[in-house]
Write a protein that binds this ligand. Structure first.
Ligand SMILES: *[C@@H]1O[C@H](CO)[C@@H](O)[C@H](O)[C@H]1NC(C)=O
Length: 245
């Protein structure tokens, strides 16, 4: 245990350096669903605003919530920042429901320049999780990473990995998806991460098999919405109270 403790202290002391996977002091933040808004205001700020905060190490773009929408392409939603269903000025690529969010592309690069890791979270509370693992893994690589496609939601910005926040059952073979992604990651020129966001009951109903059978780099456990194992059982507020300005 001692080496771990020393590493933890060293990482905390060097916390200003940004993300380091060998540290236990990384702060991961889900951004994109305007969750901090009370009523309708204040709205979440653009992504880049949160990357000026040196406490933040990992930002999870939330969410890619439909795996296979119109035209066989996935569908994104980022609430007040990029959502074609509520803002008719937001463009979608022809024959799809896939949005073009160029401001987010610029912000992703800005965040990366500040040492943050930017991941795309797939799933969420209202997701539609059915696709074919082979098709979907290739799409994620082509649309958001080092593959190529005429349909690039974030233009030439390259995300640092994907997060699986499956909160419903899926007919997609998630283990095959993870294996494919890890294989594609090896073919790239950067370091990529595959992460998962299980709820706290163990094993997680939708991600248990993934965590047991595939390689996952990090897990962001949901200690806020699962009854007997959430924060409220430890004398803490059920919902995280921290805010980032
Ligand atoms: C709607 O989207 C456009 C294009 O991204 C953006 O410039 C505008 O600020 C958005 N409007 C609102 C009300 O969010």
């Amino acid at each position: 245990m001692l080496p771990t403790i020393i590493l933890g202290l060293l990482c905390a002391a060097l916390g200003v350096l940004g993300f380091d996977i060998s540290c236990n002091s990384n702060l991961a933040v889900y951004w994109g669903q305007n969750s901090g808004a009370s009523g309708s205001l204040p709205y979440q700020k653009p992504l880049g605003a949160y990357c000026d905060d040196s406490n933040v190490d990992i930002i999870l773009l939330s969410f890619l919530y439909i795996l296979k929408g119109t035209g066989g392409y996935p569908v994104l939603n980022f609430a007040n920042i990029c959502d074609y269903t509520t803002n008719s000025s937001v463009p979608v690529f022809p024959g799809t429901q896939l949005m073009h969010c160029p401001d987010m592309g610029r912000d992703i690069k800005y965040c990366q320049s500040k040492g943050k890791v930017v991941l795309l979270s797939i799933g969420g509370a209202t997701a539609q999780l059915n696709s074919d693992a082979a098709t979907f893994s290739q799409q994620v690589w082509d649309l958001f990473m080092e593959g190529s496609s005429p349909y690039r939601p974030f233009d030439d910005a390259i995300i640092d990995g994907v997060d699986l926040d499956f909160e419903q059952s899926s007919q997609m073979n998630i283990i095959q998806f993870a294996n494919n992604m890890n294989q594609l990651f090896k073919s790239g020129t950067r370091k990529y991460y595959l992460t998962a966001a299980p709820q706290c009951p163990f094993p997680d109903a939708n991600l248990g098999n993934l965590l047991a059978q595939a390689h996952v780099d990090m897990a962001f456990i949901q200690f806020y919405n699962s009854g007997w194992c959430d924060n409220s059982k430890y004398g803490l507020p059920r919902w995280p109270q921290a805010s980032i300005s």
